[in-house]
Design a protein around this ligand. Structure first.
Ligand code: ACO
Length: 426
Protein backbone atom coordinates (compact mmCIF):
# COMPACT_ATOMS: atom_id res chain seq x y z
CA UNK A 1 0.00 0.00 0.00
CA UNK A 2 1.19 3.56 -0.73
CA UNK A 3 2.69 5.46 2.19
CA UNK A 4 0.45 7.91 4.08
CA UNK A 5 1.30 11.57 3.43
CA UNK A 6 1.02 14.46 5.84
CA UNK A 7 1.67 18.12 5.15
CA UNK A 8 2.80 20.11 8.15
CA UNK A 9 4.43 23.56 8.09
CA UNK A 10 4.91 23.28 4.29
CA UNK A 11 6.77 20.06 4.83
CA UNK A 12 5.48 16.81 3.25
CA UNK A 13 6.19 13.71 5.30
CA UNK A 14 5.52 10.10 4.37
CA UNK A 15 4.73 7.25 6.73
CA UNK A 16 4.80 3.53 5.94
CA UNK A 17 1.39 1.85 5.98
CA UNK A 18 0.85 -1.43 7.79
CA UNK A 19 -1.95 -3.82 6.80
CA UNK A 20 -2.95 -6.51 9.30
CA UNK A 21 -3.99 -10.06 8.41
CA UNK A 22 -7.64 -8.99 8.57
CA UNK A 23 -6.91 -5.93 6.38
CA UNK A 24 -6.85 -3.43 9.24
CA UNK A 25 -4.85 -0.40 8.17
CA UNK A 26 -2.56 1.74 10.28
CA UNK A 27 0.26 4.09 9.48
CA UNK A 28 3.48 3.96 11.36
CA UNK A 29 4.32 7.36 12.89
CA UNK A 30 7.49 6.26 14.66
CA UNK A 31 9.49 8.94 12.83
CA UNK A 32 6.88 11.73 13.16
CA UNK A 33 8.44 13.72 15.97
CA UNK A 34 12.00 13.19 14.76
CA UNK A 35 11.21 14.54 11.30
CA UNK A 36 8.59 17.23 12.08
CA UNK A 37 8.84 18.07 15.80
CA UNK A 38 5.07 17.43 16.06
CA UNK A 39 3.24 14.70 17.95
CA UNK A 40 -0.27 13.30 17.65
CA UNK A 41 -2.96 14.09 20.22
CA UNK A 42 -5.35 11.22 20.87
CA UNK A 43 -7.04 11.32 24.31
CA UNK A 44 -8.08 7.84 25.40
CA UNK A 45 -5.90 6.44 22.56
CA UNK A 46 -9.03 5.78 20.50
CA UNK A 47 -7.06 5.97 17.23
CA UNK A 48 -3.70 4.77 18.45
CA UNK A 49 -2.30 1.29 17.95
CA UNK A 50 0.24 0.58 20.69
CA UNK A 51 1.60 -2.68 19.29
CA UNK A 52 1.32 -5.38 16.65
CA UNK A 53 -0.34 -8.45 18.11
CA UNK A 54 -1.21 -12.01 17.06
CA UNK A 55 -3.49 -12.82 19.99
CA UNK A 56 -7.00 -11.40 19.57
CA UNK A 57 -8.93 -9.98 16.65
CA UNK A 58 -11.97 -7.74 17.06
CA UNK A 59 -14.10 -6.20 14.34
CA UNK A 60 -16.26 -3.83 16.38
CA UNK A 61 -18.46 -2.84 13.44
CA UNK A 62 -19.28 -6.45 12.54
CA UNK A 63 -19.41 -7.72 16.15
CA UNK A 64 -16.57 -10.25 15.67
CA UNK A 65 -14.22 -11.53 18.38
CA UNK A 66 -11.58 -14.22 17.82
CA UNK A 67 -8.78 -15.60 19.98
CA UNK A 68 -5.81 -16.78 17.88
CA UNK A 69 -8.15 -17.06 14.89
CA UNK A 70 -10.92 -19.08 16.59
CA UNK A 71 -14.35 -17.47 16.89
CA UNK A 72 -15.55 -16.71 20.41
CA UNK A 73 -18.79 -18.56 19.66
CA UNK A 74 -16.89 -21.75 18.72
CA UNK A 75 -14.61 -21.52 21.73
CA UNK A 76 -17.51 -20.87 24.13
CA UNK A 77 -19.44 -23.84 22.73
CA UNK A 78 -16.71 -26.43 22.20
CA UNK A 79 -13.69 -25.55 24.32
CA UNK A 80 -12.77 -25.33 27.98
CA UNK A 81 -11.21 -22.45 29.90
CA UNK A 82 -8.00 -24.43 30.43
CA UNK A 83 -7.73 -25.09 26.65
CA UNK A 84 -8.36 -21.41 25.96
CA UNK A 85 -5.76 -20.30 28.53
CA UNK A 86 -3.23 -22.59 26.84
CA UNK A 87 -4.26 -21.31 23.41
CA UNK A 88 -3.90 -17.65 24.33
CA UNK A 89 -0.52 -18.08 25.98
CA UNK A 90 1.00 -20.59 23.54
CA UNK A 91 -0.69 -19.67 20.27
CA UNK A 92 -2.09 -23.17 19.56
CA UNK A 93 -4.70 -25.41 21.13
CA UNK A 94 -3.01 -28.10 23.25
CA UNK A 95 -2.72 -31.72 22.12
CA UNK A 96 -4.13 -34.22 24.63
CA UNK A 97 -0.74 -34.85 26.37
CA UNK A 98 -0.01 -31.11 26.51
CA UNK A 99 -3.46 -30.42 27.91
CA UNK A 100 -3.02 -33.12 30.57
CA UNK A 101 0.34 -31.70 31.61
CA UNK A 102 -0.95 -28.10 31.70
CA UNK A 103 -4.08 -29.10 33.61
CA UNK A 104 -2.04 -31.12 36.09
CA UNK A 105 0.35 -28.20 36.63
CA UNK A 106 -2.57 -25.85 37.25
CA UNK A 107 -3.92 -28.31 39.82
CA UNK A 108 -0.63 -28.80 41.62
CA UNK A 109 0.24 -25.13 41.95
CA UNK A 110 -3.10 -23.99 43.33
CA UNK A 111 -2.16 -23.95 47.03
CA UNK A 112 -1.14 -20.64 48.56
CA UNK A 113 1.98 -20.37 50.67
CA UNK A 114 0.71 -20.60 54.27
CA UNK A 115 2.44 -17.30 55.11
CA UNK A 116 0.22 -15.56 52.56
CA UNK A 117 -2.84 -16.34 54.65
CA UNK A 118 -1.57 -13.76 57.13
CA UNK A 119 -2.10 -11.06 54.51
CA UNK A 120 -5.80 -11.88 54.33
CA UNK A 121 -6.03 -11.64 58.11
CA UNK A 122 -4.74 -8.06 58.01
CA UNK A 123 -7.62 -6.76 55.88
CA UNK A 124 -10.83 -5.40 57.35
CA UNK A 125 -13.74 -7.77 56.75
CA UNK A 126 -15.45 -5.36 54.35
CA UNK A 127 -12.34 -4.89 52.18
CA UNK A 128 -13.35 -4.86 48.49
CA UNK A 129 -12.27 -8.25 47.07
CA UNK A 130 -10.67 -6.53 44.03
CA UNK A 131 -8.28 -4.60 46.33
CA UNK A 132 -7.39 -7.81 48.10
CA UNK A 133 -6.88 -9.62 44.78
CA UNK A 134 -4.62 -6.91 43.41
CA UNK A 135 -2.40 -6.62 46.47
CA UNK A 136 -2.03 -10.36 47.03
CA UNK A 137 -1.10 -10.88 43.37
CA UNK A 138 1.48 -8.11 43.71
CA UNK A 139 2.94 -9.83 46.76
CA UNK A 140 3.48 -13.04 44.75
CA UNK A 141 6.57 -11.35 43.32
CA UNK A 142 8.05 -11.34 46.81
CA UNK A 143 7.42 -15.08 47.14
CA UNK A 144 8.40 -16.09 43.61
CA UNK A 145 11.02 -13.70 42.25
CA UNK A 146 12.50 -15.11 39.10
CA UNK A 147 13.67 -14.71 35.60
CA UNK A 148 11.58 -13.41 32.73
CA UNK A 149 12.26 -16.33 30.43
CA UNK A 150 12.87 -20.07 30.60
CA UNK A 151 11.55 -22.73 32.94
CA UNK A 152 11.40 -20.58 36.08
CA UNK A 153 9.26 -18.10 34.24
CA UNK A 154 6.95 -20.82 32.85
CA UNK A 155 6.44 -22.04 36.42
CA UNK A 156 5.56 -18.50 37.51
CA UNK A 157 2.92 -18.31 34.76
CA UNK A 158 1.44 -21.60 35.97
CA UNK A 159 1.58 -20.43 39.58
CA UNK A 160 -0.30 -17.26 38.78
CA UNK A 161 -3.00 -19.05 36.78
CA UNK A 162 -3.37 -21.75 39.42
CA UNK A 163 -3.32 -19.49 42.47
CA UNK A 164 -5.58 -16.65 41.31
CA UNK A 165 -8.70 -18.75 41.84
CA UNK A 166 -7.51 -19.66 45.35
CA UNK A 167 -6.78 -16.01 46.15
CA UNK A 168 -10.20 -15.01 44.75
CA UNK A 169 -12.05 -17.63 46.80
CA UNK A 170 -10.05 -16.83 49.97
CA UNK A 171 -10.92 -13.13 49.57
CA UNK A 172 -14.61 -14.11 49.52
CA UNK A 173 -14.33 -16.40 52.52
CA UNK A 174 -12.55 -13.63 54.37
CA UNK A 175 -15.37 -11.18 53.52
CA UNK A 176 -18.01 -13.47 55.05
CA UNK A 177 -15.88 -14.60 58.00
CA UNK A 178 -15.80 -18.29 57.02
CA UNK A 179 -12.72 -20.54 57.16
CA UNK A 180 -10.66 -20.73 53.98
CA UNK A 181 -11.32 -23.83 51.91
CA UNK A 182 -8.26 -25.40 50.30
CA UNK A 183 -8.18 -26.47 46.65
CA UNK A 184 -9.05 -30.04 45.69
CA UNK A 185 -6.81 -31.83 43.22
CA UNK A 186 -9.59 -34.05 41.87
CA UNK A 187 -11.60 -31.10 40.53
CA UNK A 188 -11.18 -29.13 37.29
CA UNK A 189 -10.48 -25.39 37.27
CA UNK A 190 -14.04 -24.03 37.46
CA UNK A 191 -15.31 -26.80 39.76
CA UNK A 192 -12.43 -26.25 42.16
CA UNK A 193 -13.15 -22.55 42.32
CA UNK A 194 -16.82 -23.18 43.16
CA UNK A 195 -15.73 -25.69 45.81
CA UNK A 196 -13.39 -23.15 47.45
CA UNK A 197 -16.15 -20.51 47.33
CA UNK A 198 -19.04 -22.53 48.65
CA UNK A 199 -17.79 -25.53 50.66
CA UNK A 200 -18.05 -25.28 54.46
CA UNK A 201 -16.44 -27.65 56.96
CA UNK A 202 -19.80 -28.81 58.37
CA UNK A 203 -21.21 -30.39 55.19
CA UNK A 204 -19.98 -32.02 51.97
CA UNK A 205 -20.07 -29.94 48.80
CA UNK A 206 -20.10 -31.22 45.24
CA UNK A 207 -20.07 -28.58 42.50
CA UNK A 208 -23.16 -28.70 40.28
CA UNK A 209 -22.26 -29.70 36.67
CA UNK A 210 -24.42 -27.00 35.12
CA UNK A 211 -22.80 -24.29 37.24
CA UNK A 212 -19.33 -25.63 36.43
CA UNK A 213 -20.09 -25.58 32.69
CA UNK A 214 -21.59 -22.11 32.88
CA UNK A 215 -18.68 -20.69 34.85
CA UNK A 216 -16.18 -22.28 32.48
CA UNK A 217 -17.94 -20.62 29.56
CA UNK A 218 -18.09 -17.22 31.27
CA UNK A 219 -14.35 -17.43 31.92
CA UNK A 220 -13.75 -18.22 28.22
CA UNK A 221 -15.84 -15.21 27.16
CA UNK A 222 -13.72 -12.90 29.31
CA UNK A 223 -10.32 -14.42 28.53
CA UNK A 224 -8.93 -11.69 26.26
CA UNK A 225 -10.02 -8.51 24.53
CA UNK A 226 -6.91 -7.08 22.89
CA UNK A 227 -5.65 -3.64 24.01
CA UNK A 228 -8.39 -2.68 26.50
CA UNK A 229 -7.68 -0.49 29.55
CA UNK A 230 -6.46 -3.23 31.92
CA UNK A 231 -4.44 -5.07 29.24
CA UNK A 232 -2.77 -1.84 28.15
CA UNK A 233 -1.99 -1.25 31.83
CA UNK A 234 -0.39 -4.69 32.10
CA UNK A 235 1.71 -4.00 29.00
CA UNK A 236 2.56 -0.48 30.15
CA UNK A 237 3.76 -1.55 33.59
CA UNK A 238 5.64 -4.51 32.08
CA UNK A 239 7.31 -2.23 29.51
CA UNK A 240 9.30 -0.64 32.34
CA UNK A 241 10.80 -4.03 33.19
CA UNK A 242 8.45 -4.69 36.13
CA UNK A 243 7.79 -8.39 36.71
CA UNK A 244 4.74 -10.39 35.64
CA UNK A 245 2.99 -10.41 39.03
CA UNK A 246 3.39 -6.66 39.55
CA UNK A 247 2.15 -5.92 36.03
CA UNK A 248 -0.92 -8.16 36.42
CA UNK A 249 -1.66 -6.65 39.82
CA UNK A 250 -1.80 -3.23 38.11
CA UNK A 251 -4.13 -4.71 35.47
CA UNK A 252 -6.47 -5.94 38.21
CA UNK A 253 -6.59 -2.40 39.64
CA UNK A 254 -7.39 -0.96 36.21
CA UNK A 255 -10.15 -3.54 35.72
CA UNK A 256 -11.85 -2.56 38.97
CA UNK A 257 -13.21 0.76 37.63
CA UNK A 258 -16.93 1.02 36.79
CA UNK A 259 -16.23 2.02 33.18
CA UNK A 260 -14.33 -1.25 32.71
CA UNK A 261 -14.72 -4.55 34.61
CA UNK A 262 -16.52 -2.89 37.52
CA UNK A 263 -19.47 -2.35 35.15
CA UNK A 264 -20.82 -5.87 35.84
CA UNK A 265 -21.42 -4.86 39.46
CA UNK A 266 -22.76 -1.44 38.44
CA UNK A 267 -25.31 -3.09 36.09
CA UNK A 268 -26.91 -5.11 38.88
CA UNK A 269 -26.91 -2.07 41.17
CA UNK A 270 -28.57 -0.07 38.39
CA UNK A 271 -31.21 -2.75 37.71
CA UNK A 272 -31.98 -3.01 41.42
CA UNK A 273 -32.30 0.76 41.64
CA UNK A 274 -34.72 0.83 38.67
CA UNK A 275 -36.77 -1.98 40.21
CA UNK A 276 -36.90 -0.27 43.61
CA UNK A 277 -38.02 2.89 41.81
CA UNK A 278 -41.06 1.11 40.34
CA UNK A 279 -39.46 -0.19 37.12
CA UNK A 280 -39.80 3.02 35.11
CA UNK A 281 -37.25 2.30 32.33
CA UNK A 282 -38.03 5.40 30.30
CA UNK A 283 -37.01 7.60 33.22
CA UNK A 284 -33.57 6.00 33.29
CA UNK A 285 -33.17 5.93 29.53
CA UNK A 286 -33.95 9.67 29.55
CA UNK A 287 -31.47 10.25 32.38
CA UNK A 288 -28.80 8.42 30.35
CA UNK A 289 -29.52 10.69 27.38
CA UNK A 290 -29.41 13.90 29.42
CA UNK A 291 -25.98 15.50 29.04
CA UNK A 292 -26.44 17.36 32.33
CA UNK A 293 -26.98 14.11 34.20
CA UNK A 294 -23.90 11.97 34.92
CA UNK A 295 -26.04 8.79 34.84
CA UNK A 296 -25.14 6.29 32.10
CA UNK A 297 -26.78 3.01 31.23
CA UNK A 298 -24.23 0.66 32.72
CA UNK A 299 -23.45 -2.36 30.54
CA UNK A 300 -24.19 -0.30 27.43
CA UNK A 301 -21.70 1.04 24.94
CA UNK A 302 -18.16 0.08 24.10
CA UNK A 303 -15.10 1.81 22.72
CA UNK A 304 -14.68 -0.83 20.03
CA UNK A 305 -18.08 -2.46 19.45
CA UNK A 306 -20.53 -0.33 17.51
CA UNK A 307 -22.67 -3.42 17.08
CA UNK A 308 -23.82 -6.14 19.49
CA UNK A 309 -20.91 -7.34 21.64
CA UNK A 310 -20.68 -11.01 20.56
CA UNK A 311 -19.99 -12.01 24.18
CA UNK A 312 -23.23 -10.34 25.31
CA UNK A 313 -25.13 -12.29 22.65
CA UNK A 314 -23.80 -15.62 23.96
CA UNK A 315 -24.39 -14.68 27.61
CA UNK A 316 -27.95 -13.48 26.97
CA UNK A 317 -28.79 -16.80 25.31
CA UNK A 318 -27.35 -18.97 28.07
CA UNK A 319 -28.79 -16.78 30.85
CA UNK A 320 -32.26 -17.85 29.69
CA UNK A 321 -31.27 -21.52 29.47
CA UNK A 322 -29.36 -21.68 32.75
CA UNK A 323 -31.91 -19.81 34.84
CA UNK A 324 -34.61 -22.03 33.32
CA UNK A 325 -32.71 -25.23 34.15
CA UNK A 326 -31.96 -24.03 37.67
CA UNK A 327 -35.63 -23.09 38.12
CA UNK A 328 -34.67 -19.50 38.97
CA UNK A 329 -37.01 -16.68 38.06
CA UNK A 330 -34.90 -13.56 38.43
CA UNK A 331 -36.96 -10.39 37.91
CA UNK A 332 -33.72 -8.58 37.06
CA UNK A 333 -33.36 -10.71 33.90
CA UNK A 334 -36.79 -9.57 32.66
CA UNK A 335 -35.95 -6.02 33.63
CA UNK A 336 -32.63 -6.17 31.76
CA UNK A 337 -34.37 -7.47 28.61
CA UNK A 338 -36.99 -4.73 28.70
CA UNK A 339 -34.39 -2.05 29.28
CA UNK A 340 -32.34 -3.42 26.39
CA UNK A 341 -35.39 -3.39 24.09
CA UNK A 342 -36.28 0.22 24.94
CA UNK A 343 -32.68 1.43 24.57
CA UNK A 344 -32.16 -0.37 21.27
CA UNK A 345 -35.26 1.32 19.82
CA UNK A 346 -34.14 4.75 20.97
CA UNK A 347 -32.59 7.08 18.43
CA UNK A 348 -29.91 8.25 20.91
CA UNK A 349 -28.57 4.73 21.37
CA UNK A 350 -29.00 3.76 17.71
CA UNK A 351 -27.16 6.85 16.42
CA UNK A 352 -24.23 6.27 18.76
CA UNK A 353 -24.05 2.50 18.17
CA UNK A 354 -24.62 1.78 21.88
CA UNK A 355 -25.40 -1.91 22.44
CA UNK A 356 -25.27 -4.15 25.51
CA UNK A 357 -21.71 -5.17 26.31
CA UNK A 358 -20.34 -8.28 28.07
CA UNK A 359 -21.24 -6.86 31.48
CA UNK A 360 -24.93 -6.34 30.80
CA UNK A 361 -26.04 -9.95 31.33
CA UNK A 362 -23.04 -11.57 33.06
CA UNK A 363 -24.06 -10.37 36.54
CA UNK A 364 -27.44 -12.07 36.20
CA UNK A 365 -25.68 -15.37 35.57
CA UNK A 366 -23.28 -14.85 38.47
CA UNK A 367 -26.25 -14.11 40.75
CA UNK A 368 -27.92 -17.33 39.62
CA UNK A 369 -24.73 -19.18 40.55
CA UNK A 370 -24.85 -17.72 44.06
CA UNK A 371 -21.86 -15.45 43.51
CA UNK A 372 -22.30 -12.21 45.45
CA UNK A 373 -22.26 -8.87 43.66
CA UNK A 374 -18.99 -7.68 45.19
CA UNK A 375 -17.25 -10.70 43.60
CA UNK A 376 -18.42 -10.06 40.01
CA UNK A 377 -15.37 -8.06 38.98
CA UNK A 378 -13.12 -10.66 40.61
CA UNK A 379 -14.78 -13.22 38.30
CA UNK A 380 -13.91 -10.99 35.36
CA UNK A 381 -10.27 -10.86 36.51
CA UNK A 382 -10.17 -14.64 36.81
CA UNK A 383 -11.33 -14.95 33.23
CA UNK A 384 -9.06 -12.21 31.88
CA UNK A 385 -5.87 -13.56 33.46
CA UNK A 386 -4.71 -15.77 30.54
CA UNK A 387 -5.18 -12.82 28.18
CA UNK A 388 -3.12 -10.52 30.39
CA UNK A 389 -0.37 -13.14 30.61
CA UNK A 390 -0.37 -13.75 26.84
CA UNK A 391 -0.21 -10.01 26.15
CA UNK A 392 2.59 -9.47 28.69
CA UNK A 393 4.65 -12.30 27.17
CA UNK A 394 4.05 -10.98 23.65
CA UNK A 395 5.15 -7.50 24.75
CA UNK A 396 8.32 -8.90 26.33
CA UNK A 397 9.22 -10.96 23.26
CA UNK A 398 8.56 -8.20 20.75
CA UNK A 399 11.85 -6.54 19.70
CA UNK A 400 9.86 -3.38 18.87
CA UNK A 401 8.77 -2.92 22.51
CA UNK A 402 9.98 0.31 24.12
CA UNK A 403 9.00 1.69 27.49
CA UNK A 404 5.43 3.09 27.20
CA UNK A 405 5.84 6.81 27.45
CA UNK A 406 3.24 8.98 25.71
CA UNK A 407 3.80 12.68 25.15
CA UNK A 408 1.48 15.62 25.85
CA UNK A 409 0.68 19.09 24.60
CA UNK A 410 1.60 21.47 27.41
CA UNK A 411 -1.09 24.14 27.98
CA UNK A 412 0.18 25.61 31.27
CA UNK A 413 1.93 28.87 32.15
CA UNK A 414 4.96 30.09 30.24
CA UNK A 415 8.13 30.81 32.22
CA UNK A 416 7.36 33.43 34.86
CA UNK A 417 9.47 35.10 37.59
CA UNK A 418 9.23 33.69 41.10
CA UNK A 419 7.37 36.20 43.31
CA UNK A 420 6.70 35.51 46.97
CA UNK A 421 3.06 35.65 47.98
CA UNK A 422 2.14 37.19 51.36
CA UNK A 423 4.57 37.61 54.25
CA UNK A 424 6.19 34.13 54.11
CA UNK A 425 10.02 34.38 53.89
CA UNK A 426 12.47 31.60 53.19
N1 ACO B 1 -25.17 5.54 28.45
C1 ACO B 1 -25.46 6.72 27.85
N2 ACO B 1 -24.69 7.32 26.91
C2 ACO B 1 -23.55 6.70 26.58
C3 ACO B 1 -23.17 5.47 27.16
C4 ACO B 1 -24.04 4.89 28.12
N3 ACO B 1 -23.72 3.72 28.69
N4 ACO B 1 -21.99 5.09 26.64
C5 ACO B 1 -21.63 6.04 25.76
N5 ACO B 1 -22.58 7.02 25.71
C6 ACO B 1 -22.59 8.19 24.83
C7 ACO B 1 -21.62 9.26 25.31
O1 ACO B 1 -22.24 10.18 26.18
C8 ACO B 1 -21.19 9.89 24.01
O2 ACO B 1 -22.24 10.73 23.56
P1 ACO B 1 -21.89 12.09 22.73
O3 ACO B 1 -21.22 11.63 21.47
O4 ACO B 1 -23.20 12.74 22.54
O5 ACO B 1 -20.97 12.89 23.62
C9 ACO B 1 -21.14 8.71 23.03
O6 ACO B 1 -22.09 7.76 23.55
C10 ACO B 1 -19.78 8.06 22.93
O7 ACO B 1 -19.37 7.66 24.23
P2 ACO B 1 -17.91 7.81 24.80
O8 ACO B 1 -17.98 7.93 26.28
O9 ACO B 1 -17.16 8.86 24.04
O10 ACO B 1 -17.32 6.41 24.40
P3 ACO B 1 -16.00 5.74 24.97
O11 ACO B 1 -15.54 4.83 23.91
O12 ACO B 1 -15.04 6.77 25.46
O13 ACO B 1 -16.52 4.93 26.26
C11 ACO B 1 -17.54 3.22 27.57
C12 ACO B 1 -16.90 3.60 26.22
C13 ACO B 1 -16.63 3.66 28.71
C14 ACO B 1 -17.68 1.72 27.63
C15 ACO B 1 -18.91 3.92 27.65
O14 ACO B 1 -19.76 3.44 26.64
C16 ACO B 1 -19.58 3.71 29.04
O15 ACO B 1 -19.32 4.47 29.95
N6 ACO B 1 -20.44 2.64 29.18
C17 ACO B 1 -21.01 2.34 30.46
C18 ACO B 1 -20.01 1.57 31.33
C19 ACO B 1 -19.78 0.15 30.84
O16 ACO B 1 -20.72 -0.59 30.55
N7 ACO B 1 -18.50 -0.24 30.79
C20 ACO B 1 -18.10 -1.60 30.40
C21 ACO B 1 -17.42 -1.56 29.09
S1 ACO B 1 -17.03 -3.18 28.54
C22 ACO B 1 -15.72 -3.62 29.46
O17 ACO B 1 -14.86 -2.89 29.83
C23 ACO B 1 -15.69 -4.97 29.84
Amino acid sequence: MDPARLNINDQAVEFPVLVGTEKEVGFDILKLRGSTGAITLDPGFANTGSCESTITYIDGEAGILRYRGFSIEDLATHSTFVDVAYLLINGQLPTRPLFDKFNQDLTHHSLLHEDMKKFFEGYPQNAPPMSVLSTIVSSLSAFYPGSEKGEDFDVNITRLLAKLKTIAAFSYKKSIGQPYVYPRNDLGYAADFLHMMFAVPSEPYEPNDLLVKTLDMLLILHADHEQNCSTSTVRMVGSSGADLFTSISAGISALSGPLHGGANTAVIEMLEMIRADGGDFSKYVNKAKDKNDPFRLMGFGHRVYKNFDPRARVIKKIADEVLGQLGINDPLLDLAKQLERIALEDEYFVDRGLYPNVDFYSGILYRAMGIPTNMFTVMFALGRLPGWIAQWVEMKNDPATRIYRPRQIYMGENLRPYVQIGHRTK
